[in-house]
Design a protein around this ligand. Sequence first.
Ligand code: PMP
Ligand code: GLN
Length: 396
Amino acid sequence: MTMPTPDTIRASAARTPSLKSKLPAVGTTIFTVMSTLAAEKGAVNLGQGFPDFDCDLKLINAVLDAMNRGLNQYPPMTGVPVLREAIAAKLARLHGHSYNANLEITITAGATQAILTVILAIVHPGDEVIVLEPCYDSYVPNIELAGGTAVRVPLIPGTFRPDFDKISNAITPKTRAIIINSPHNPSGTVWLEADMLKLQDILAPTDVLLISDEVYEHMVFDGQLHYSSARFSGLAARAFIVSSFGKTYHVTGWKVGYVAAPAALSAEFRKVHQFNVFTVNTPVQYGLAAYMADDRPYLDLPAFYQRKRDLFRSGLANTRFKLLPSEGSYFQCVDISKVSDLNEADFCKWLTTEVGVAAIPLSAFYGNGFDQRVVRFCFAKKDETLNTALDRLARL
Ligand code: PMP
Ligand code: GLN
């Protein structure tokens, strides 16, 4: 018998045990994949949704001021009171619904954490959660991590408007929640007041909770309004409203957002939140609270982005892409069928590599990879970036 040498003992101790994946079908998100490819190829990145310009210096100074004042330790678990109060006051002013800042507003590490924490707090194994496809790519894995089942209801193909008959038919005794998102990523559609009223009617006789992803709330164009779930008492009573400062103030990397929900729902949310992140970046919270004293940054945002949308659309009008409407968000979808025979994903890779412009395939927002020959561009970019991209796209 040969004795194991110290080396063979070390080698076996260093073996990584195999594990059973909780998300076997999931790879790296399409946003990371396309941003990495864009960087590798030196392409203009109109894929992942984030601005390539900086935020207001006043906001940076407000955060620096908080750091200099020594506000650098753990904040309260639910978020700093001045920020919760500023959010409650804003929701009351804009949507006429009074949230109690102490009991009903919680600061989160961006909307992504907010949505995961809501789902972990409310979804039990075996519960169903309705998602409207195409949808943001974190929703379904979040539901599955909680042991729930995602019930995928398509938005109407072509228009991406909600199909309320299909939504109604998807509700069963197991339905715990429905997730909506307006303004919508990726399609850029915005729900009308009539849509929200219809949803309110459908949910009224049920105990279905609502997760209302409103991260693009201040990017609504052509004089349309953002109809927050907070404006509809029947929806607000069952809603977790999720938003993110990243989108509104051009600071996607700061990862600060919030959840507004009735006290009983917030209490359950906070039970999970405290063991999920516990607290969120203190000086950024104080900086945001100070910056929120001025309404103009978010009131001016629709005009700011509408101008960029129009610049981008007028450039694309000279190409063979077919433009879909962009009523809100910072996304513009185009039909590629007159430009290429490739499927959406291959087209996006080809466009990044050969033309030097990155985009996101809509198929990435569907569980079954549904391909409708449509890709998404993000126009939250400097004019010069958009113009460079347009010059390249004009060659197609
Ligand atoms: N929901 C939607 C629809 C989004 O587009 C995003 C932005 N990636 C998020 C949630 C997440 O926002 P955050 O960056 O604040 O986590
Ligand atoms: N919300 C952004 C998008 O849809 C970025 C999301 C992300 O990188 N996870 O592009």
